[in-house]
Write a protein that binds this ligand. Structure first.
Ligand code: GRF
Length: 215
């Protein structure tokens, strides 16, 4: 069975959506470890509540950025982890970890990439004035939010949205598409060719775009 490790820095609501998908049987996987860089992260409590062990690993415990990511890679390899899931992990992943898990690290971003990468994707979209934003699950490469796109959900931006209301609307879709992307991976249905990710055996109207709220 697919072994997952989640890396999170904060509240961990996406982590929770993955836990829930596993518990309900929608996702056939085991979450073997949470790694966090923040000893105060609420994600730690979620792990404890669900019998998932955790490690707090902070860059300051290591001599260099590479040393930090090498030690994370070592922990994950030691435990036989197949897929690394970033869920609000607020750091750019270093090369040693990317090299150890090529196309086996996923991230979720709260905007339709390549628009609005980096921090505060929801605020960037609102301030820019786009009418549609959303969220993106992608594989992680060495850039910031630049790796191959797996699935996206489109979410409307309303005139009276604040950063908070838009973030809330997008978050509901994050919680749907992240477990879904992991499920596709677990089923061996994601085929990466350069920048493009093909979802194998999916009907023409179900190829990685979710947009129910747009009607
Ligand atoms: C989410 O909006 C996610 O898209 C972004 O960071 C936030 C993490 O939220 N990468 P949570 O910790 O999963 O609740």
């Amino acid at each position: 069975m697919l072994k997952i490790s989640v890396l999170a820095s904060g509240r961990g609501s996406n982590f929770q959506s993955i836990i829930d998908a596993v518990k309900s049987g929608r996702l056939n996987a085991v979450i073997s470890l949470l790694i966090t860089d923040n000893p105060e992260a609420f994600a730690i409590q979620r792990a404890g509540d669900n019998g998932i062990s955790h490690l707090v690993l902070q860059p300051k415990q290591f001599g260099s950025k590479d040393g930090y990511y090498q030690s994370i890679a070592d922990e994950l390899k030691k435990r036989g982890v197949d897929l690394v899931v970033l869920a609000g992990f607020m750091r750019i992943i270093g090369k040693p970890l990317i090299d150890a898990f090529p196309n086996r690290i996923m991230n979720i971003h709260p905007a339709l990439l390549p628009s609005f990468p980096g921090l505060h994707g929801q605020k960037q979209a609102r301030d820019y004035g786009v009418k549609i934003s959303g969220c993106t699950v992608h594989f992680v490469d060495a850039g910031m939010d630049t790796g191959p796109v797996i699935i996206q959900a489109a979410v409307p931006v309303r005139d009276d949205d604040t950063e908070e209301t838009l973030s809330e609307r997008i978050l509901k879709f994050e919680h749907k598409i992240y477990p879904e992307a992991i499920r596709l991976f677990a089923e061996g249905r994601l085929e990466v060719a350069g920048r493009r990710v093909r979802i194998k055996d999916s009907p023409p109207d179900d190829q990685g775009l979710t947009s129910p709220s747009l009607g």
